[in-house]
Design a protein around this ligand. Sequence first.
Ligand code: ADP
Length: 392
Amino acid sequence: MGSQQARSDDVPFSPSAPDSSTISRQSVESSPRLYKALAEAMPALVLTTSADGDVVYCNDELLDYCGVQMGDLQGSRWVDLIHPEDVAAGSERWMAEIQTLKPFSSEYRIRRHDGVYRWYLTRTAPLRNADDEIEGWVGVSVDVHDRRVAEDDMRQMSEELRRANAAKDEFLAMVSHELRTPVTTIYGNASVLQRQIRELPREQIVAVMTDVEREALRLQQLIDNMFVLARIEEHGKADIEPISLGRVVDKAATEHRNRYPETQIRVHDSSAGVPACGDETYVLHILRNLVINAEKYSPSGAPIDIHMARHDETTLSVRVCDAGVGIKGEVDRIFETFYRSPETADYAPGAGMGLAVARRLVETQGGIIWARNREGGGAEVGFTLPIEEDAA
Ligand code: ADP
């Protein structure tokens, strides 16, 4: 491209017009051809500017690489060849370096004739006249793109590794705490019963056993969530088939009633028995998590309502509604793994996995999940599942 355009022969090699040039006067003037030949022979982009940064000369390598003519670079327009992000990030440092009047290096991307940017290492050095005054600058840029990209990839990989490591440490710390707490309670209560069962009044025995049951349930929920999470991480898909949502919801409600006989759990089905498409085990697991949360974040005995309905043309919805404390703090974050709202953390124990697992399971089955506060108090957590194709 550059070869048909104005070439570097058309411009002076030194930063100002030849007759007024004072740059490295003796050597350049004694052998200007040598210096020109050197600049043209270099497998690098060479540019010289006046002290004000106006372009004076650049070699053919630069014109060819950038696909420009000398005229395109008049004034300081050579800066337009540098990636705007690198100009924004580097210009303050470059100005400071220039003030020191010493050579300096910088790395930035330079635009190729086809619009692709490649990384270059540029060494910039001042040109001084016989009185040691700065008359201009020389910049020599060499292609370091492959090295730079490899370095960036390495940096990104090690950052990802660091994050994965930190997440693993956080997970282990959380899991060991969440496993240890119920085990300690169960062990302590079992010891009390073993040593004192004859002396203890019946109500106290019942209280101790209730404690044991609650903690065992918490342990079971945590282990189940961990298994389910590991399974989806590994397989990433569900066994989708036509399922009766009503049947799965009834199963979850019955299970819950058996565990918490004092809780009123009511099922409202206006889905007209339309079958959904999903994995029954996954749907049951989602419901268990939502119902346990409704129980945990509500005062004892508060009712839980499960609504099933047609959501739109192609999906059914299930909404678990409670009359509890409601969702506090950052609603958007409650589906993140291990996130627990600080305002409710003291209200009930938990590992911050229930909703994250529920979201993964819902999305794996092609649905969406949401959470919101209900008018008049309490929370609603709902999800959709696709309607079985023949029934849609
Ligand atoms: P965990 O309950 O173990 O903290 P979850 O992932 O199940 O973890 O829930 C994340 C957070 O969402 C909870 O810490 C709680 O702050 C909030 N949350 C979930 N369900 C409810 C609910 N029914 N009512 C109020 N807050 C809820």
